[in-house]
Design a protein around this ligand. Structure first.
Ligand code: HAM
Length: 386
């Protein structure tokens, strides 16, 4: 028997679509537009954006040479492709902001476990050309609205990584601290000292965590502008009644972030607890060849929140069934009329009234319309509310 690949799953749960519909509705209510970018992109797009020091690029890419000799890979995340498209369509030359939402599969060759797949789906948001911290608040509020609408409880963690002005001097301070403690750090962190020292801060290794709790903190080293923006961010979230915790070690696993970073965490889904993550990436458009453009966004991991969404228990739609074969064309015709404004299921196998009612009940329909010999003669239905 041929099975789906390890870490890849068939989606049969209707909650998947419910999440999609809810997220789309919320994004549209904020005035965002839809974007869909290709699943396959040039590998160098992700090397330059997500970063060569990240685990995603280093260890987890589905990378191959295509028949034309191009080095390509299945996208491990959505931001890089949206930025590529933004530049390719010359939106970076316009003054007006652009705000997008997207939904689709991402691929990371990770070790599969609960909540960690090799093919998973993200709902993402990317907002370009708005440097104001109020846009960060807008974006976080959008994510919070999606979770609220879906009835999902979360903890929001926020941090600031600083900008080009304060980040370099902080990196120097941190590197000094890391070099002093180098012998006590794991191999990955030793490598990160030269590649990207701030990535040591979210190392999961307990012995590293013990050392790193005394490391200098970026939020204590922010420049005046970043500091006041971070204060404004907190005030803005308070203003909207969105609760948060400051996590000074929240640096995220992708290299493109500047200033605000955030993550939504659930304590109901086990070790892979991040249900969404995002932040500002003010340098990325420029790094990929576009005009300097501030940007901020996030992505929600759909599979991670599937178990947190309640099943729809309310009955809905109409079940139509025939007791005799000759009544089937009649119900098919009537169903087309009724479908204009509701869900109508047609059972094409003739069955007894009792069997039909049982099936309608099991299918969680609201109403059953059944046609037997007598009903067919009169052009009517036997009707039952369920
Ligand atoms: P990320 O934190 O790598 O960020 O992924 C976002 C979310 O995708 C995670 O919080 C998690 O819920 C889900 N996720 C990640 N990896 C897996 C996996 N292997 N299996 C299942 N779910 C997973 C990004 O991808 C950024 N592009 C987000 C962003 C958009 N930042 C700015 N704009």
């Amino acid at each position: 028997m041929i099975k789906a690949l390890r870490g890849m799953k068939d989606i049969l749960d209707p909650k998947f679509l419910k999440i999609f519909d809810t997220a789309r509705e919320v994004a549209q209510s904020y005035g965002f537009s839809y974007i869909e970018t290709p699943i396959l992109e040039e590998t160098k797009l992700f090397k330059r954006s997500v970063g060569e020091s990240s685990d995603i690029v280093n260890k987890e890419m589905y990378e191959f040479i295509d028949k034309g000799g191009n080095d390509v890979c299945l996208r491990p995340e959505g931001t890089a492709g949206v930025v590529r498209s933004y530049i390719e369509h010359k939106f970076d030359r316009l003054e007006t902001p652009k705000r997008f939402w997207y939904f689709g599969p991402m691929f990371r060759y990770e070790r599969p476990q609960k909540g960690r797949l090799r093919e998973f789906h993200q709902f993402g948001i990317e907002s370009f050309k708005e440097a104001s911290i109020y846009e960060d608040i807008n974006i976080i509020s959008l994510a919070a609205d999606i979770f609220d609408k879906l009835g999902i409880k979360y903890t929001l963690k926020i941090n600031s990584l600083g900008c080009n002005e304060c980040m370099p001097s902080y990196k120097e301070k941190l590197t000094e601290f890391l070099n002093e403690n180098k012998d006590k750090l794991c191999e990955d962190c030793q490598r990160r000292i030269t590649q990207n020292p701030i990535r040591t801060l979210d190392c999961k290794n307990e012995s590293c965590q013990k050392i790193l709790k005394d490391a200098p903190k970026i939020t204590d080293n922010l420049c005046e502008n970043c500091k006041s923006d971070f204060e404004e961010l907190k005030k803005g979230l308070d203003n909207l009644g969105i609760k948060y915790e400051v996590d000074k070690h929240l640096v995220r696993g992708l290299d493109y972030y500047t200033k605000t970073t955030f993550e939504f965490i659930s304590d109901e889904i086990g070790a892979q607890s991040a249900i969404a993550g995002g932040g500002r990436y003010d340098k990325l458009v420029e790094m990929l060849g576009g005009k300097p453009t501030p940007a901020v966004g996030f992505a929600i991991g759909i599979e991670r929140i599937m178990d947190l969404v309640k099943e729809d228990e309310e009955r809905s739609g109409i079940y139509m069934g025939a007791m005799i074969k000759e009544a089937i064309p009649f119900i098919q015709k009537e169903a087309r009329k009724l479908r204009k404004n509701q869900k109508v299921y047609v059972e094409v196998k003739p069955k007894s009234l009792k069997a039909h009612l049982k099936a309608a009940d099991k299918g969680n329909f609201k109403k059953a319309l059944i046609v037997g010999e007598d009903e067919l003669k009169e052009g009517k239905f036997f009707e039952k509310e369920l």
